[in-house]
Design a protein around this ligand. Sequence first.
Ligand code: ADP
Length: 260
Amino acid sequence: MSVETRTKPSLTDAQPGELIRLENVTKRFGANTVLDDLNFTVDPGKHVTLIGPSGSGKTTILRLLMTLTKPDEGTITVDGEQLFPAPEKQVREVRKKIGMVFQQFNLFPNMSVLRNITEAPVQVLGMSKDEAEERARELLELVGLSDKCDAKPTRLSGGQQQRVAIARALAMRPRVLLLDEVTSALDPELVAGVLDLLRDIARSTDITMLCVTHEMGFARDISDQVLMFDGGRVIESGSPEKIFTEPEQDRTREFLSAVL
Ligand code: ADP
């Protein structure tokens, strides 16, 4: 006997175990087709890295998942619920499952570090101020900034600001953490510390990560899967061992020899 397991009308045919599904996603900016009929899925707890030349559409994927921009065609599903297309109320709910850390930190400059972290849990999740602060202090300990609760972000180094941004994203208890070239804006001596923190988070939590990075050593360390983009399509995917040591596509080889 077959049992109908779909209970929510908004469910797509996301397979059990899939956390993110992009199906036939196309995104254009004017005449520029930035994502071209893209399909991929990410399983829960996996760390997937998007690599490829500048302009190949990697950041656009993260921005679609953050609902900062919309696809022209296709469907996006997160944790079994459609993010696009979907009614506004559903988008707001699904969005709560996704956190993002940006290249430029994007902290609120006029709020203390603690308030930067508690603001969204209180305002968006309706968490009590006490609970949000307790959680924020735990997260600041995790990112090594327990002594900076009351500081304003502008008084911190870029590396410290990025740690606060990571804590802020985690404060929402997201299922998925999107990382968009999070070390690109940092002074070189601050990069390793932030990458080590992310390695720790990848190792010690069950959070799913989708990362755009030019740090190939980091990508190799943390990824379960690497997707190589070119011209708005995934031209090759596989384990980091496969992609970094025996890629099938000439384009992947060329890209890697230029960046490694
Ligand atoms: P990547 O992250 O791989 O470097 P992006 O996703 O940032 O690539 O950009 C892909 C393409 O989309 C680029 O050609 C870029 O110029 C274009 N693009 C991105 N955002 C916009 C926008 N808001 N308006 C117009 N073009 C954009």
